[in-house]
Design a protein around this ligand. Structure first.
Ligand SMILES: CC(C)(COP(=O)(O)OP(=O)(O)OC[C@H]1O[C@@H](n2cnc3c(N)ncnc32)[C@H](O)[C@@H]1OP(=O)(O)O)[C@@H](O)C(=O)NCCC(=O)NCCS
Length: 234
């Protein structure tokens, strides 16, 4: 989630917002998995200690974000969102080898049956991503999700076209996606942005901004409600 580019669209109040660019070659983005290591820098031979460290940081992230979590055992045993992310880590590795793609799909299907969360094995999911409640989340094949993202139940990171290539959103680090939010198309949700519950987002959301409604309108921090700072409108 490093590269950034100026993005002129969808700014209701400002026009100098920075976001990461959509990959120039959309088809290449879809086929990138064939090459092996993914955009998150993971490899199919990640050592076990690192995998365990990732698992522990997932648990910590979940505990920090869910005030209802009472114990580590509860998190390990009864949090479908964690189980879904862990299953995805395995299925994503299987997806990176052409010969095991069917197996990846089957594992993803089994995980969906158990957790209610459907993550396509091709999707790139960052570190410490926490899916709270789980049920009804759908994350498409070419979606990319950054680190420390909080996803509530019913969120869809979906496409708006049936054409191959990059067709799902890219979600930056530290984003919050409210319950039932639909984020559609190869759009960018910038770092630290928030998407309100049940909003339908079809355009870019600048970093740190909030997207609300159907279709979602974006607003800068402190500018929502009753003209938070009238000077912005003069
Ligand atoms: C988008 C969100 C992060 C905004 O939080 P916030 O900055 O604290 O904003 P507020 O709650 O103070 O609301 C500000 C305004 O936005 C409106 N609003 C908030 N969330 C909204 C939503 N999802 N859709 C439409 N309007 C919304 C409020 O009614 C309020 O309107 P007003 O200024 O006209 O009174 C939050 O409302 C949200 O949707 N979070 C997701 C929570 C979630 O999914 N929880 C599931 C737990 S199981």
């Amino acid at each position: 989630m490093a590269a950034r580019a100026t993005l002129p669209s969808l700014t209701l109040l400002r026009s100098d917002v920075e976001l990461r660019p959509v990959p120039a070659d959309a088809q290449a983005a879809t086929e990138a998995d064939d090459a092996g290591p993914d955009a998150a820098g993971e490899t199919a031979t990640e050592p076990a200690p690192r995998a365990l460290a990732r698992l522990l940081e997932d648990l910590r992230a979940a505990r920090e974000r869910d005030p209802a979590a009472r114990s580590w055992a509860e998190l390990v045993l009864a949090y479908p969102g964690l189980h879904a992310v862990w299953a995805h880590r395995v299925s994503h590795r299987l997806w990176q080898r052409r010969g095991t793609r069917l197996l990846a799909r089957v594992l993803s299907h089994v995980a969906r049956s158990v957790t209610g969360v459907e993550i396509h094995p091709g999707a790139v999911i960052g570190r410490r991503v926490f899916i709270d409640h789980g049920m009804g989340v759908v994350i498409g094949e070419t979606a990319e999700v950054g680190d420390d993202v909080l996803i509530y139940h019913g969120v869809t990171l979906g496409g708006r076209t049936t054409k191959r290539g990059k067709r799902h959103p890219t979600v930056g680090d530290g984003v919050v996606l409210g319950a039932g939010a639909k984020v559609l198309g190869p759009i960018l949700v910038g770092d630290g942005a928030r998407v309100g519950a049940n909003s339908v987002v079809v355009g870019d959301v600048p970093a740190g901004w909030t997207a609300l409604g159907v279709p979602a309108q974006v607003s800068a921090p402190g500018t929502r409600g009753a003209m938070a700072d009238p000077a912005l409108f003069i």
